[in-house]
Design a binder for this molecule. Structure first.
Ligand SMILES: Cc1cc2nc3c(=O)[nH]c(=O)nc-3n(C[C@H](O)[C@H](O)[C@H](O)COP(=O)(O)O)c2cc1C
Length: 568
């Protein structure tokens, strides 16, 4: 067996063993050990700090404007715009308080609010910020300078970047999720990376900026660029508290590449060499006093490690430009345009749904439409690969759309294989009244509320809303074709879908919630999926929330020095 095949089999084995089953959950601690709860905030002791201004509220950008290329005039790349980018992508959105406990929420959601994702900026010199590598500390809305560059090195870094751009890096600390969820945590970390990628893309769009995921960066290169293996920084902390490299995005006020064209290239080799020779500072904080080992997670991380030179079978130029016209806004029928910044900051998960509110068909279709990859439309223009995920949708309460199981096909190239794989009894009918351009099919009519709740680990939120769904990935064949590293990208794509649904739910005056806890094969049975060609990677629900009046809410940065807050 070739090494790559071994890695593929290892990650497929991880996927199988981390399925929740109706009769058995995936391995987890089974209780919360509060004494070892990981610190949700990474800090770098000894690194110089740059406090960022809190200025995103000044951006008067309509949410719908984000989807119209050229509608938002680009801001220049400087300290204020970088601050706004991080505030809206990974910054705090509120604090919640209950019975003496207080916890922060962020613009990006996270399974269990555990936030394994860390954010970095690699910046050329710009007004208000020196060239270097910075870690973003969301708690303080501050950048910690991990690597500084002197004059010539700063010039080399700038030369390795396309004009008017910088880099945003993302990494994960698997232990933060494993502490609560055990073996399944590696999946949740990948979901969260996907959400964070989309959150960065949307934040960039509010600045009028482009953003694109760098498709070919390897994990060793990214780890070195972000300083994750920088020995003085991490030698003193447990291996479990260290970060795993994930994604790198090119972000800035540069003109987006023409559709189907590669974005301007980042000279990663030069960048890595320049940064490795830079002056690094800061020691990572320990997160927990003790850790529980989860060898299955380590094995999945090793198998999906993307080594230098790993090829990619798909690239942006393979993505067929969509000729479908966008359906238009789900949100433009209100009295005033919705503010993008407000929507991003008010995004929340629901704890319960009311079990009665129905939504209009037009809005339902418009939300699904936003899940389709389209040139120039965030967050899909960040994604350099063709769509590999589709949605099996339980319609519960949508006026004019009969309850039942529906299917949104996000990549027409998969149609024949989907029809051959999913249940033979499905009708694949086009729903009455469904816009021509929306590739939605009715599979089976009926009341799926109980089924939806059951397959989503019995959670009420899966049946109490207008609709819920499971994301079916084109799975084993695509992983075999690309290599085991592709497993993580499939989950990232599901996180992007989730982030769109979160924002669209808010725009429709409803609320969404990602559902990572579901019974994989129970959902597959409903869809008639009998093998690994397609697998469900993430679920989601949308409906009218029922608030918990016991929870107090405090503003995102109320804990900062008032002078800093008021300097807005
Ligand atoms: C990948 C992922 C999986 C999640 N799974 C569930 C779930 O199964 N059930 C649930 O009630 N909430 C779930 N959530 C919602 C999180 O609990 C929520 O994002 C977190 O508490 C932070 O709150 P916020 O989204 O309001 O910022 C999930 C969120 C994500 C991103």
């Amino acid at each position: 067996m070739a090494p790559n095949d071994a890695a593929v089999e290892a990650v497929l084995a991880y996927h199988r063993r981390t399925k929740h089953h109706l009769h058995r959950y995936a391995a987890s601690p089974g209780y919360l050990d509060w004494a070892t709860q990981p610190d949700p905030f990474r800090t770098f002791d000894g690194a110089d700090r740059v406090e960022l201004p809190l200025q995103a509220d000044r951006l008067a950008v309509a949410y719908d404007g984000l989807y119209r290329p050229g509608a938002v005039p680009p801001l220049p790349l400087d300290r204020t715009s970088v601050a706004m980018l991080f505030e809206l992508a990974l910054g705090l959105s509120a604090w919640k308080q209950y019975a003496g406990n207080r916890w922060a929420l962020r613009c990006n959601p996270s399974s269990g609010n555990l936030h394994p994702t860390e954010g970095y900026a690699i910046l050329p010199a710009m007004p208000g910020l020196a060239a270097g590598v910075y870690h973003y500390l969301s708690r303080d809305h501050a950048l910690e300078q991990r690597c500084g560059l002197d004059g010539p090195a700063a010039q080399h870094l700038a030369a390795a970047l396309p004009p008017a751009s910088c880099l945003v890096g993302l990494s994960s600390i698997h232990w933060r999720e494993a502490w609560k969820y055990g073996e399944r945590a590696f999946r949740y970390c990948q979901h969260d990376v996907g959400h964070a990628i989309a959150a960065v893309r949307y934040a960039a769009a509010t600045l009028g900026w482009s953003a694109t995921l760098i498709a070919d960066v390897s994990d060793p290169t990214l780890g070195a660029m972000l300083g994750l293996t920088q020995s003085e920084s991490v030698a003193a902390i447990a291996v479990a508290d260290r970060e795993h490299p994930d994604a790198l995005l090119l972000v800035g006020p540069f003109a987006p590449p023409a559709y189907g064209k590669e974005p301007a290239r980042v000279d990663l080799a030069t960048m890595r060499a320049v940064l490795q020779a830079g002056k690094w500072a800061g020691r990572a904080n320990p997160l927990s006093p003790a850790h529980v080992p989860w060898p299955a997670i380590d094995a999945a991380a090793e198998a999906t490690w993307r080594a230098d030179g790993a090829g990619a079978p798909w690239c942006r130029s393979d993505v067929a430009p969509s000729d479908r016209a966008a359906l238009g806004s789900a949100s433009s029928d209100g009295p005033a345009p919705l503010s993008a910044v407000q929507l991003i900051k008010q995004r929340r998960s629901c704890l319960a749904l009311d079990g009665t509110t129905a939504m209009a068909a037009a809005r339902f279709y418009a939300i699904l439409d936003r899940l389709l990859p389209r040139p120039g439309a965030p967050p899909w223009d960040v994604w350099p690969w063709p769509a590999h995920l589709h949605c099996g949708i339980f319609v519960h309460r949508v006026h004019g759309v009969p309850p039942g199981l529906y299917f949104l096909e996000r990549n027409p190239a998969a149609h024949a294989r989907l029809q051959a794989t999913l249940g033979a009894d499905f009708s694949w009918a086009r729903p009455d009244g469904c816009p021509e351009a929306l590739p939605l099919f009715a599979l089976a009519a009926g009341d799926f509320r109980e089924v939806a709740q059951t397959v989503s680990c019995h959670q009420q939120i899966a049946e109490g809303g207008a609709f819920s769904l499971g994301m079916l990935a084109d799975f084993a064949d695509s992983i075999r074709a690309a290599g085991a590293w592709w497993y993580r990208r499939l989950f990232w794509e599901s996180g992007l879908l989730g982030q769109v649904l979160y924002l669209e739910a808010e725009a429709a005056s409803l609320r969404g919630t990602g559902i990572g806890c579901y019974f994989d094969d129970a959902f597959h049975d409903v869809c008639g999926v009998r093998d690994e060609r397609f697998q469900s990677l993430y679920h989601f629900t949308v409906g009218r929330p029922v608030e918990d009046p016991r929870l107090l809410t405090r503003p995102a940065y109320f804990h900062l020095d008032p002078a800093r807050r008021d300097a807005r």
